[in-house]
Each structure stands twice: as structure tokens, then as C-alpha cells.
Design a protein around this ligand. Structure first.
Ligand code: COA
Length: 294
């Protein structure tokens, strides 16, 4: 079982909290490199996703969208879990026996942050999987653009073990991300697997030993922060839309999206990059990013 290693936790001493956000089930902090850490914070409940996490995540993502200090977002968990998935008591049992519209509202708010908000979030997002990751937590993981995991983290689509299917939008996300063989294997057996296996099947980008998890995540975040943010956002939105489009429509859409960047990008990245390569000969696009003006 993954340990509660200090290197797996965001650096509490170098952070600034966001004004006006009540932080209980989600702790938000921004470090001096511009990495915003969103930590699901119910360690004694293995960060099971309750209404508190649902509503606080929506608020936090809204706040960070407008906070210019936050340049990349990392979502992780407190203690030994990333998240044990949806809270069986507070997300399922209690709302199931309450007012049907309240249940509806909760599920809608959950889809809002885990799926729609994260998929098209205007800033780059990374899931840092520091431990247990089950069921609904797969949606958090796959909602993020990229993912780094502790090799010892334990993953599982455990729904089948307790007699339900991976709903919300988990089955769809898993089907988009994994091969049919891997997806059906884990959906149908409910078996757990570790971070290394998650990397093999493409569920995470990188799996590292516990003591490297935090630093490797920061390196990845720094890489994303160096990139042109307008173009980065555009590239991600284009990826998600193109997956569901026909070829002709995608071709036309990408041309229009490229033109949109020319209008929206205040630093005119494409022009700068070309000039630095062709005229100034100060960088090679194949080997890294162009130098952005301060
Ligand atoms: N929903 C509600 N409560 C949960 C939870 C969940 N998904 N996952 C853990 N908890 C609670 C437990 O009920 C327990 O609460 P208690 O201390 O009040 O009894 C506490 O968190 C600790 O859980 P415990 O099972 O004792 O921890 P563990 O370290 O031995 O095991 C897990 C960790 C993640 C393997 C185990 O808790 C588990 O199987 N959780 C459910 C995972 C799951 O199927 N998620 C899918 C939801 S979509």
C-alpha cells in the first residue's frame, strides 16, 4: 500500500491560499512557480468524493480560472489516497433517499467538475495519483490532461465488486482512453493494478517511485507553464472536439481554430517562433519551446 510519504504532499510552506474560498474538503494553494495544488482533503475517508468535494471543487476551479497566479493545476489527494471514488454514503445512499431533485443537482455538479469543467479547463491540468484510486476517481484522473502516478498507487474499477456499473461518465472515459481489452478486463473483473501497470495501459503518462512523485509532477507542470497558454488551451480543446468529428469537419475546424489563435494570442506565438528559428536562429522548434517575452 502506498505510504503517506512527505514528498507526495504539496509543499505547504511555499503556498498562498486563495482569498474568499472556504477550504475544508478541498485544500487549494498556489506555489511561487505558478502551480495551483488542489488537494481532495478527507484522508480518513480516503478522499471519497462527497458533496463537500463536489461543490468545493467547482468553486475552486472557478476561482483558479480567474487567478493569474495559477498557471497549471495539479489535482491530488491528502494522506494515503488519491481518492477512493464517490462516497458510498454521502454521494449515493443519503442522496438516493432524499429529494430526487437534490440528488439530480449533486450528480449534475459532480459531472460539471469531473468531466465538463476539467475536459475543457482553460489551464493545463495534471492528476498526481499518490495512492488509492477507485471508481469515480478514474473520472478525475481522465478529466485531467495528463497524469503522473506513484508506482505503488493502487487503481481499480471496483464498481462490479459491489454490484453496479461504472456510471457517471466513467465507462465512456475509460473506453476513450484504454484499449478494449484493458478497459473490459478492469471493468469486468474489478481487479486492482498498480501505477506501473497504469502507465503500461496508458491510463497515466508516467509512473515513478514514491519519493520522486512530487518532483516529477512539478517538472511536468513547469514544462506546461513554459508553453504559450493561449495555444496550449486551443490545442487541448481541438483534441477533444476532433475525436468526435468526421475527417472533413476536423480539417476545416482545425484551420478555423488556427486562425482563431492569430486573433486571440496576444504574443503572436507562431510569428515569434518562426522569427526566432528562421531569422534570429536562436532556437530549434524540434527541440524545445520558443523564448516567450517576459
Ligand atoms: N465511500 C465512503 N466511504 C469510504 C469510501 C467510499 N468510496 N472509501 C473509504 N471510505 C471510508 C471507510 O468507510 C472508512 O470509514 P470509517 O473509518 O468511518 O469506517 C474509511 O474511509 C477508511 O476506509 P478503510 O476501508 O478502513 O481503509 P483501507 O485503507 O483499509 O482501504 C480502500 C482503502 C480504498 C481499499 C477501501 O476503503 C475501499 O475499498 N473503498 C471503496 C472503494 C470503491 O469501491 N470506490 C468506488 C466508489 S465509485
Amino acid at each position: 500500500m502506498p505510504s503517506n510519504h512527505p514528498k507526495m504532499q504539496p509543499p505547504a510552506d511555499t503556498t498562498t491560499l486563495i482569498d474568499g474560498l472556504e477550504q475544508k474538503d478541498v485544500v487549494v494553494s498556489i506555489d511561487d512557480e505558478g502551480i495551483a495544488w488542489l488537494r481532495m482533503n478527507r484522508p480518513t475517508k480516503r478522499n471519497a468524493i462527497n458533496p463537500g468535494i463536489v461543490f468545493e471543487m467547482n468553486e475552486a476551479l472557478d476561482a483558479l480560472e480567474l487567478d493569474d497566479r495559477a498557471k497549471a493545476i495539479v489535482i491530488t489527494g491528502s494522506g494515503e489516497a488519491f481518492s477512493a471514488g464517490q462516497d458510498l454514503k454521502e454521494y449515493f445512499r443519503e442522496p438516493d433517499s432524499g429529494h430526487p431533485m437534490m440528488r439530480e443537482r449533486l450528480h449534475r455538479a459532480n459531472a460539471a467538475w469531473q468531466w465538463k469543467r476539467l475536459m475543457f479547463y482553460p489551464k493545463p491540468t495534471i492528476a498526481m495519483v499518490n495512492g488509492w484510486c477507485f471508481g469515480g476517481a478514474f473520472q478525475v484522473l481522465l478529466g485531467c490532461d495528463l497524469a503522473v502516478a506513484d508506482e505503488a498507487a493502487k487503481f481499480g474499477l471496483s464498481e462490479i465488486n459491489w454490484g453496479i456499473i461504472p456510471a457517471g461518465i466513467v465507462t465512456k472515459s475509460v473506453a476513450m482512453a484504454l484499449s478494449q481489452r484493458a478497459a473490459l478486463y478492469y471493468i469486468m473483473t474489478g481487479e486492482t493494478f498498480d501505477g506501473r501497470r497504469a502507465e503500461q495501459i496508458g491510463l497515466v503518462n508516467i509512473a515513478v517511485p514514491t519519493d520522486q512523485l512530487l518532483e516529477r509532477t512539478k517538472v511536468l507542470a513547469r514544462t506546461l507553464i513554459e508553453r504559450n497558454p493561449v495555444v496550449l488551451r486551443s490545442a487541448k480543446v481541438a483534441y477533444h472536439h476532433c475525436r468526435d468529428m468526421g475527417w472533413d469537419a476536423a480539417y476545416d475546424y482545425l484551420a478555423a481554430k488556427s486562425d482563431q489563435n492569430v486573433v486571440r494570442d496576444p504574443e503572436q506565438g507562431g510569428q515569434q517562433g518562426m522569427k526566432q528559428f528562421l531569422d534570429d536562429k536562436t532556437f530549434r522548434p524540434g527541440l524545445g519551446a520558443y523564448k516567450r517575452s517576459e
